[in-house]
Design a protein around this ligand. Structure first.
Ligand SMILES: NC(=O)c1ccc[n+]([C@@H]2O[C@H](COP(=O)([O-])OP(=O)(O)OC[C@H]3O[C@@H](n4cnc5c(N)ncnc54)[C@H](O)[C@@H]3O)[C@@H](O)[C@H]2O)c1
Ligand SMILES: [Fe+2]
Length: 376
């Protein structure tokens, strides 16, 4: 059936503001809403510049969000939220801070705990305001309904999805990303690219989303190398912030596929940051899928400015060289992943059905293992 005949729904933050220097729009929003007890959820870097948000009164700041946050990190935040009883929660940081902010906006006082809300639409509701302010350009979490938290007991990423976690306001101020170190810029940029490319080639791909996916890929192709080379390039930063937002639009109704599923064990088992994990895997899943979606794969490579590589091997080489040229070390072994762990990782990745079932080409556990070996 033509994808045009497939129903689709898009849910967005009620208001999205995009533009350099807009961070203080959060303060204006708080005043307009009459919010007096804001809680800012951020990492240590952003904790040092909460003043940029222009919030009224004395904001409570949870400034210890860790990269790839886990349940203990979430619990510490929830304890603080229960004590401070905020009327506005603000995620201020990368995906790690924004994801925890979503949960801090819906869990305290609800009687629901993290394990009660894993999966789609289990959250009962939200009674306070939520604003999101990204400071990396990668996850697009500001635009979406999902939050990811690692469960140390099972080493799984728990995915909570709820329309109640959609922000009332997302403020995308590209100038906030000027301080992102070049290695993080490169890795998070490939995360944005992976969101777009995986959604574009997903079994659930839809023309309504393809538009954002392709444009997101083009923006990454045009601006990522520039921002990695010169972090102060404001136009390149703005282009990547837009690409990240478009990637976020792709996640909602379509979402990622094998690239993210195969990347997850690198983060949960080996603490490789999410963007980097996606970058290490991206060339391999793009190539693996190429035989069943040749035109879309060619479209992705063209949008990246890579011409149109032919078969699986050529696609893998083109994408891997492109990532390596961004300064990303592309071998798993160089990131401390032991060969002996690859089998367990393949078992874990293969179990992530919510993503793999939408991959355009069926991928077996043995094929995932072969892919890890090729990347090792
Ligand atoms: N909700 C979603 O839809 C979604 C999508 C993709 C990824 N994620 C999740 O997001 C998390 C990763 O987020 P991320 O890649 O944005 O990284 P991050 O939030 O973990 O931040 C990476 C590092 O950059 C630092 N940092 C952030 N902004 C900075 C700035 N402006 N200047 C200098 N340093 C800065 C942080 O302190 C941190 O050390 C993972 O947990 C991942 O699973 C969520
Ligand atoms: Fe991602």
């Amino acid at each position: 059936m033509s994808a045009l005949l497939t129903p689709i729904a898009i849910e967005r933050p009620a208001e999205i503001r995009f533009g350099a220097g807009l961070a203080s729009a959060v303060g204006a929003f708080a005043r307009a809403r009459g919010c007096t007890r804001p809680l800012v959820v951020c990492d240590a870097f952003n904790a040092g510049r909460v003043g940029l948000l222009g919030l009224p009164g004395e904001a409570a700041v949870f400034g210890t969000v860790r990269p790839e946050p886990d349940i203990p990190n979430l619990d510490a935040l929830l304890t603080m939220a229960e004590a401070t009883k905020p009327d506005l929660v603000i995620g201020f940081g990368g995906g790690s801070a924004m994801d925890l902010a979503k949960l801090a906006a819906v869990l305290p006082g609800s009687g629901q705990f993290i394990h009660d809300v894993v999966g789609p639409e289990k959250v009962q509701g939200r009674s306070l305001a939520l604003a999101q302010v990204p400071t990396t350009s990668g996850t697009g979490s500001e635009a979406g309904t999902r939050a990811l938290v690692t469960d140390p007991a099972t080493q799984n990423k728990l995915a909570v999805q709820s329309r109640h976690m959609l922000a009332d306001l997302a403020v995308v101020d590209p100038d906030l990303t000027l301080t992102v170190p070049s290695a993080v810029t490169a890795a998070t940029g490939v995360d944005a690219l992976a969101h777009c490319a995986e959604a574009y080639t997903s079994r659930k791909a839809h023309p309504l989303i393809d538009l954002y996916a392709l444009e997101g890929i083009r923006l990454v192709g045009r601006f990522l190398a520039r921002a990695v080379r010169d972090g102060a390039d404001r136009e390149a930063r703005a282009g990547l912030s837009l690409a990240s937002l478009y990637g976020g639009f792709c996640l909602g109704p379509v979402n990622t596929t094998a690239g993210h599923a195969v990347a997850y064990p690198l983060g949960t088992r080996h603490h490789i940051p999410h963007g980097l994990a996606c970058a290490l895997i991206f060339p391999h899943t793009l190539a693996f899928n190429a035989p069943v979606v040749p035109e879309k794969t060619a479209g992705i490579l063209q949008a990246l400015g890579l011409g149109s590589a032919g078969g699986e091997t050529a696609v893998r080489a083109a994408a891997r060289d492109w990532c390596a040229a961004l300064g990303i070390e592309m071998r798993l072994s160089r990131h401390g992943v032991p060969e002996a762990d690859l089998e367990a990782m393949a078992t874990e990745a293969h179990a992530i059905r919510r993503l793999l079932d939408n991959n355009p080409r069926d991928i077996s556990q043995a094929e995932i293992l072969a892919l890890y070996r090729a990347a090792h």
